[in-house]
Design a protein around this ligand. Structure first.
Ligand code: FMN
Length: 218
Protein backbone atom coordinates (compact mmCIF):
# COMPACT_ATOMS: atom_id res chain seq x y z
CA UNK A 1 0.00 0.00 0.00
CA UNK A 2 1.22 3.48 -0.82
CA UNK A 3 -0.10 6.40 1.21
CA UNK A 4 -0.37 9.88 -0.25
CA UNK A 5 0.45 11.92 2.85
CA UNK A 6 -1.37 14.97 1.48
CA UNK A 7 -4.69 13.11 1.71
CA UNK A 8 -4.23 11.72 5.23
CA UNK A 9 -5.62 13.39 8.34
CA UNK A 10 -3.69 14.10 11.53
CA UNK A 11 -4.66 10.83 13.29
CA UNK A 12 -3.73 8.66 10.31
CA UNK A 13 -0.35 10.37 9.93
CA UNK A 14 0.28 10.06 13.66
CA UNK A 15 -0.36 6.30 13.50
CA UNK A 16 1.78 5.74 10.43
CA UNK A 17 4.79 7.85 11.36
CA UNK A 18 4.92 6.81 15.04
CA UNK A 19 4.20 3.18 14.16
CA UNK A 20 6.99 2.99 11.60
CA UNK A 21 9.72 5.14 13.09
CA UNK A 22 10.88 3.46 16.29
CA UNK A 23 12.31 2.89 18.79
CA UNK A 24 12.38 6.58 19.58
CA UNK A 25 14.38 7.76 22.60
CA UNK A 26 12.47 9.88 25.06
CA UNK A 27 13.45 13.37 26.12
CA UNK A 28 11.96 14.38 29.45
CA UNK A 29 12.05 18.10 28.83
CA UNK A 30 12.08 20.73 31.54
CA UNK A 31 11.56 24.39 30.80
CA UNK A 32 10.60 27.55 32.69
CA UNK A 33 8.15 30.16 31.44
CA UNK A 34 9.05 33.85 31.40
CA UNK A 35 6.88 34.25 34.50
CA UNK A 36 8.98 31.59 36.30
CA UNK A 37 6.57 28.63 36.04
CA UNK A 38 8.46 25.31 35.72
CA UNK A 39 7.21 22.71 33.22
CA UNK A 40 8.09 19.07 32.57
CA UNK A 41 6.88 16.80 29.74
CA UNK A 42 8.10 13.83 27.67
CA UNK A 43 8.85 14.04 23.94
CA UNK A 44 9.74 11.07 21.76
CA UNK A 45 10.39 13.16 18.68
CA UNK A 46 13.89 13.45 20.05
CA UNK A 47 17.37 12.55 19.03
CA UNK A 48 20.98 13.66 18.95
CA UNK A 49 22.06 14.96 15.56
CA UNK A 50 25.68 15.81 16.19
CA UNK A 51 28.20 15.22 18.93
CA UNK A 52 30.61 17.84 17.59
CA UNK A 53 29.24 20.34 18.24
CA UNK A 54 26.87 18.52 20.63
CA UNK A 55 23.39 19.11 19.23
CA UNK A 56 20.00 17.56 19.98
CA UNK A 57 16.52 18.21 18.63
CA UNK A 58 12.99 17.71 19.88
CA UNK A 59 9.66 17.96 18.07
CA UNK A 60 7.09 19.55 20.37
CA UNK A 61 3.72 20.18 18.80
CA UNK A 62 0.71 22.35 19.35
CA UNK A 63 -2.71 21.73 20.84
CA UNK A 64 -5.63 23.11 18.85
CA UNK A 65 -3.35 25.60 17.16
CA UNK A 66 -1.67 26.75 20.38
CA UNK A 67 1.98 25.89 21.08
CA UNK A 68 2.48 23.35 23.88
CA UNK A 69 3.97 24.85 27.05
CA UNK A 70 7.39 23.32 26.30
CA UNK A 71 7.58 24.91 22.86
CA UNK A 72 6.33 28.28 24.07
CA UNK A 73 8.79 28.32 26.99
CA UNK A 74 11.77 27.45 24.76
CA UNK A 75 10.69 30.11 22.26
CA UNK A 76 10.52 32.70 25.04
CA UNK A 77 13.57 31.76 27.13
CA UNK A 78 15.85 29.81 24.76
CA UNK A 79 16.61 27.18 27.41
CA UNK A 80 15.66 23.58 28.08
CA UNK A 81 16.98 20.50 29.84
CA UNK A 82 16.55 16.93 28.58
CA UNK A 83 16.60 14.24 31.28
CA UNK A 84 16.81 10.67 30.00
CA UNK A 85 14.10 8.14 30.89
CA UNK A 86 15.01 4.81 32.50
CA UNK A 87 12.66 1.87 32.93
CA UNK A 88 11.88 2.72 36.53
CA UNK A 89 11.04 6.33 35.58
CA UNK A 90 8.80 5.44 32.61
CA UNK A 91 5.50 5.58 34.51
CA UNK A 92 6.33 8.94 36.03
CA UNK A 93 7.49 10.38 32.71
CA UNK A 94 4.26 9.14 31.14
CA UNK A 95 2.24 10.84 33.91
CA UNK A 96 3.86 14.18 33.04
CA UNK A 97 2.38 13.92 29.53
CA UNK A 98 -1.09 14.68 30.97
CA UNK A 99 -2.52 17.73 29.20
CA UNK A 100 -2.31 19.95 32.27
CA UNK A 101 -2.99 23.66 31.92
CA UNK A 102 0.05 25.95 31.78
CA UNK A 103 -0.21 27.04 35.43
CA UNK A 104 0.10 23.45 36.70
CA UNK A 105 3.59 22.61 38.00
CA UNK A 106 4.16 18.93 37.12
CA UNK A 107 7.13 18.73 39.52
CA UNK A 108 5.01 19.71 42.50
CA UNK A 109 1.79 17.98 41.53
CA UNK A 110 3.45 14.61 40.87
CA UNK A 111 6.17 14.92 43.53
CA UNK A 112 9.18 14.82 41.22
CA UNK A 113 12.41 16.01 42.86
CA UNK A 114 14.59 18.23 40.70
CA UNK A 115 18.27 19.08 40.84
CA UNK A 116 19.79 22.41 39.83
CA UNK A 117 21.37 22.72 36.41
CA UNK A 118 24.73 24.44 36.04
CA UNK A 119 24.39 26.68 32.97
CA UNK A 120 20.63 27.06 32.41
CA UNK A 121 17.64 27.80 34.66
CA UNK A 122 15.41 24.73 34.16
CA UNK A 123 16.24 21.91 36.59
CA UNK A 124 16.93 18.30 35.66
CA UNK A 125 14.98 15.33 37.05
CA UNK A 126 17.10 14.29 40.05
CA UNK A 127 16.38 10.56 39.66
CA UNK A 128 17.36 10.50 35.99
CA UNK A 129 20.94 9.28 35.56
CA UNK A 130 21.79 11.69 32.71
CA UNK A 131 20.69 15.08 31.46
CA UNK A 132 21.58 17.60 28.77
CA UNK A 133 21.48 21.30 29.49
CA UNK A 134 20.55 22.98 26.20
CA UNK A 135 20.42 26.45 24.66
CA UNK A 136 18.04 26.79 21.77
CA UNK A 137 19.84 27.14 18.42
CA UNK A 138 16.91 27.36 16.05
CA UNK A 139 13.20 26.61 15.84
CA UNK A 140 11.86 25.41 12.52
CA UNK A 141 8.06 25.70 12.47
CA UNK A 142 6.89 22.83 10.31
CA UNK A 143 3.29 23.98 9.91
CA UNK A 144 2.09 27.27 8.53
CA UNK A 145 2.07 30.35 10.82
CA UNK A 146 -1.75 30.50 10.75
CA UNK A 147 -2.03 26.79 11.65
CA UNK A 148 0.80 25.81 14.00
CA UNK A 149 1.51 22.09 14.22
CA UNK A 150 4.81 20.48 15.14
CA UNK A 151 8.07 22.37 15.36
CA UNK A 152 11.65 21.21 15.25
CA UNK A 153 13.69 22.65 18.09
CA UNK A 154 17.44 22.41 17.73
CA UNK A 155 19.46 22.76 20.91
CA UNK A 156 23.15 23.15 21.58
CA UNK A 157 24.13 20.98 24.54
CA UNK A 158 26.15 23.17 26.89
CA UNK A 159 26.48 20.79 29.87
CA UNK A 160 26.05 17.03 30.19
CA UNK A 161 25.23 15.52 33.55
CA UNK A 162 25.97 11.81 33.98
CA UNK A 163 25.68 9.96 37.28
CA UNK A 164 29.03 8.34 38.19
CA UNK A 165 27.17 5.04 38.68
CA UNK A 166 26.39 4.75 34.96
CA UNK A 167 29.91 5.63 33.83
CA UNK A 168 32.93 3.53 33.07
CA UNK A 169 35.54 6.28 32.93
CA UNK A 170 33.73 8.76 30.69
CA UNK A 171 31.82 6.04 28.80
CA UNK A 172 28.14 5.52 29.65
CA UNK A 173 27.29 1.86 30.42
CA UNK A 174 24.05 0.82 28.71
CA UNK A 175 23.51 -2.05 31.16
CA UNK A 176 23.52 0.45 34.03
CA UNK A 177 21.35 3.01 32.21
CA UNK A 178 18.41 0.79 31.12
CA UNK A 179 16.85 3.52 28.99
CA UNK A 180 13.42 2.98 27.44
CA UNK A 181 11.99 4.03 24.09
CA UNK A 182 8.66 4.74 22.51
CA UNK A 183 7.03 2.81 19.70
CA UNK A 184 3.63 3.32 18.04
CA UNK A 185 0.42 3.90 20.01
CA UNK A 186 0.99 3.39 23.73
CA UNK A 187 3.82 0.92 23.25
CA UNK A 188 7.19 1.45 24.92
CA UNK A 189 10.29 -0.72 24.66
CA UNK A 190 13.31 -1.67 26.74
CA UNK A 191 16.90 -1.52 25.59
CA UNK A 192 18.03 -4.70 27.34
CA UNK A 193 17.89 -7.08 24.35
CA UNK A 194 21.07 -6.05 22.56
CA UNK A 195 23.40 -7.35 19.89
CA UNK A 196 26.66 -5.99 18.50
CA UNK A 197 27.83 -5.47 14.95
CA UNK A 198 31.35 -4.37 14.17
CA UNK A 199 31.49 -1.70 11.50
CA UNK A 200 33.20 -2.78 8.30
CA UNK A 201 36.81 -1.60 8.42
CA UNK A 202 37.54 -2.51 4.80
CA UNK A 203 37.01 -0.34 1.73
CA UNK A 204 36.90 -3.46 -0.49
CA UNK A 205 33.24 -4.37 -1.28
CA UNK A 206 34.13 -8.07 -1.75
CA UNK A 207 35.68 -8.22 1.69
CA UNK A 208 32.74 -6.38 3.25
CA UNK A 209 30.38 -8.84 1.49
CA UNK A 210 32.34 -11.76 2.99
CA UNK A 211 31.62 -10.44 6.51
CA UNK A 212 27.88 -10.96 5.79
CA UNK A 213 28.51 -14.73 5.77
CA UNK A 214 30.31 -14.68 9.10
CA UNK A 215 28.11 -15.12 12.15
CA UNK A 216 30.85 -14.13 14.60
CA UNK A 217 29.44 -10.62 15.12
CA UNK A 218 26.18 -11.76 16.68
C1 FMN B 1 6.39 8.99 25.76
C2 FMN B 1 5.71 10.20 25.20
C3 FMN B 1 6.27 10.88 24.13
C4 FMN B 1 5.67 12.04 23.62
N1 FMN B 1 6.27 12.67 22.57
C5 FMN B 1 5.74 13.83 22.09
C6 FMN B 1 6.37 14.52 21.03
O1 FMN B 1 7.42 14.12 20.51
N2 FMN B 1 5.80 15.68 20.62
C7 FMN B 1 4.68 16.20 21.19
O2 FMN B 1 4.21 17.27 20.79
N3 FMN B 1 4.05 15.54 22.19
C8 FMN B 1 4.56 14.39 22.67
N4 FMN B 1 3.95 13.74 23.72
C9 FMN B 1 2.80 14.37 24.36
C10 FMN B 1 3.25 15.47 25.33
O3 FMN B 1 4.07 14.93 26.36
C11 FMN B 1 2.00 16.12 25.97
O4 FMN B 1 1.25 16.78 24.96
C12 FMN B 1 2.34 17.09 27.08
O5 FMN B 1 1.15 17.47 27.73
C13 FMN B 1 3.00 18.36 26.57
O6 FMN B 1 3.25 19.14 27.70
P1 FMN B 1 3.43 20.70 27.68
O7 FMN B 1 2.20 21.36 27.10
O8 FMN B 1 3.61 20.99 29.14
O9 FMN B 1 4.65 21.03 26.89
C14 FMN B 1 4.49 12.54 24.21
C15 FMN B 1 3.90 11.83 25.27
C16 FMN B 1 4.50 10.67 25.76
C17 FMN B 1 3.86 9.92 26.89
Amino acid sequence: MIFDTSSLDRAALHGLINGLVYPRPIAWVSTISTSGQPNLAPFSFFNAFSFYPPTVAIGPGSRKGVNKDTLRNIRETGEFVVSVVTEDLAKLANATSAEFSAEINEWEELGIPGADSVAVRPRRVAASPAAFECRMLQIVDLGSPDSPTNSLVLGRVVRIYADDAILDGIRPRSDALQLVGRMGGDEWCRTTDKFSLRRPDSTDPAEVKRTLDSSSDH
